[in-house]
Design a protein around this ligand. Structure first.
Ligand SMILES: [Fe+2]
Length: 452
């Protein structure tokens, strides 16, 4: 072996160790959060179904372990099953949510023991992998996918906590405040032209973010900040929920049938509005982004503001496109990953705080075009339906997203205060039914700009 080969070999070994460390830390961070979300309530709360659209927390817990077993222990590790007998019960497709409470689910003690056994096996598989030989392990993909899966369920469990009734059990420090108070409705203009949407190179990007492709976007203006509670309060005060002309046909029908009059978890307290945040009741803060609105409400409020929701391509261009370099960034601020598990000055992520921060609180997270708080705070509804990108191929399983393409879903972007840094980036695509409100979703507006 030449000296150069030797050095390259050592470098490769260092890279493998570095990746192994990163995977182990990322898996552990997810598990710490899962434990916080499941240990903070008693067993009765864990097995209860707090809403018909959510699973009992104990189902999420064992499902997290089951997915880890399927991908890391059996597929990557090629090992014996830990519990093959429970696969069907924890398969989200074979077991609809409403049926989950009636199943002979693992009880809290069994579920905790199960996820621990799986994790021990998975860490053993990790210590033996070279991250090479097949696409599933290259760049640590399967490990990254499993960590993202656990964090996605942690965010779902956080939404279940928000739906649960009872004394508060979650606590977090307050969000930062902006140095000066800012004007909601401020806009940034993004020039017409092409940009690269999606990615072919981010090793932990999931299948629906791929491949990278060029999209030509006409000039548009986009709000510098998400729409605030203050703006939303004005929409309500101006009769927004009673004015048919502001709503789409389906939106109005749903508004009437569901009896919507305000965002979910808001209550009228005589002369104003309050809201319930993880069991803590208090006044609505006008400077924070509105959260817990359906796509239909976002669409109507945008129309009332004289604007519209951005398309998915507009959102991603505003977040990622750097006009100076002519390329797309991983995050609005650049390619550097947000810090995990601590307060990051660029984005409100990872359940570090339990609510979105006031607009202007994260100037360091601005995109090259000057748009703020695109990552973190609230998921942002876009006007786009959920479709695959040209050249899409599912990987490694169709049930992650392919089966949802073309369904009754709208794309959401950017993650919320409840999204872990590993589970979001400028290319990340989330989707949900337009009526959903339990997710931590808000919106920002856009509008056409006439060239001239
Ligand atoms: Fe899942």
């Amino acid at each position: 072996m030449s000296i150069t080969d030797d050095r390259a070999g050592r470098q490769a070994a260092d890279d493998v160790e570095h990746l192994r460390d990163r995977v182990a830390r990322t898996l552990q961070r997810a598990r710490t959060r899962t434990e916080l979300l499941t240990d903070s309530v008693d067993d009765a709360d864990l097995v209860a179904q707090h809403s018909s659209i959510m699973s009992p927390l104990v189902w999420d817990l064992a499902h997290i372990g089951n997915q880890e077993e399927l991908w890391l222990v059996r597929d990557v590790g090629g090992r014996e099953s830990v519990r093959a007998d429970i696969d069907e019960m924890y398969d989200a497709f074979k077991t609809p949510r409403k049926n989950r409470p009636a199943l002979p689910l693992l009880d809290p003690t069994q579920a905790r023991a199960y996820v621990r056994s799986v994790r021990d096996e998975a860490l053993d598989v990790l210590s033996n992998t070279r991250f090479a030989g097949n696409r599933l392990v290259e760049g640590g993909f399967a490990f990254g996918m499993v960590a993202q899966h656990e964090q996605q369920h942690d965010e779902t469990m956080l939404a279940t906590h928000q739906l649960r009734v009872g004394a508060p059990v979650l606590h977090a420090p307050p969000t930062p405040r902006p140095a000066t108070s800012l004007r909601p409705g401020a806009e940034t203009v993004v020039a017409a032209g092409t940009f690269e949407m999606g990615t072919s190179v981010d090793p932990w990007a999931l299948d629906n973010e791929r491949p990278a492709h060029t999209v030509d976007v006409p000039a548009f203006a986009i709000d510098t900040f998400p729409v605030t509670n203050g703006q939303y309060l004005d929409f309500i005060a101006d009769g927004g929920y009673d004015r048919r002309e502001l709503w789409s046909e389906r939106g109005w029908q749903h508004r009437v049938e569901a009896g919507l009059t305000a965002p979910q978890f808001w209550y009228s307290d005589g002369d104003g509005w309050g809201h319930d945040v993880f069991g803590q009741r208090g006044p609505v803060d006008p400077d924070r982004p509105v959260v817990h609105v359906s796509w239909f409400e976002a669409d109507a409020c945008a129309r009332w503001l004289g604007k519209r929701l951005p398309t998915e391509a507009e959102w991603e261009k505003a977040a990622r496109w750097d006009p100076t370099s002519g390329s797309s960034r991983t995050y609005p601020w650049g390619d550097e990953h947000p810090e995990a598990g601590v307060h990051d000055r660029r984005a409100n992520l990872g359940q570090t705080h339990l609510e979105p921060a006031a607009i202007g609180a994260y100037p360091d997270g601005a995109s090259a075009t000057g748009v703020q708080q695109m990552i973190g705070d609230v998921w942002e509804w876009t006007s786009s339906d959920f479709h695959s990108y040209p050249g899409f191929r599912f990987f490694p399983y169709a049930e992650y997203s392919e089966v949802f393409h073309g369904g009754d879903y709208k794309v959401l972007r950017g993650g919320s205060f409840g999204t872990d840094p590993v589970a979001v980036r400028g290319t990340f695509r989330n989707w949900d039914h337009p009526i959903r409100r339990q997710i931590f979703a808000g919106f920002r507006c856009a509008r056409d700009v006439v060239a001239g």
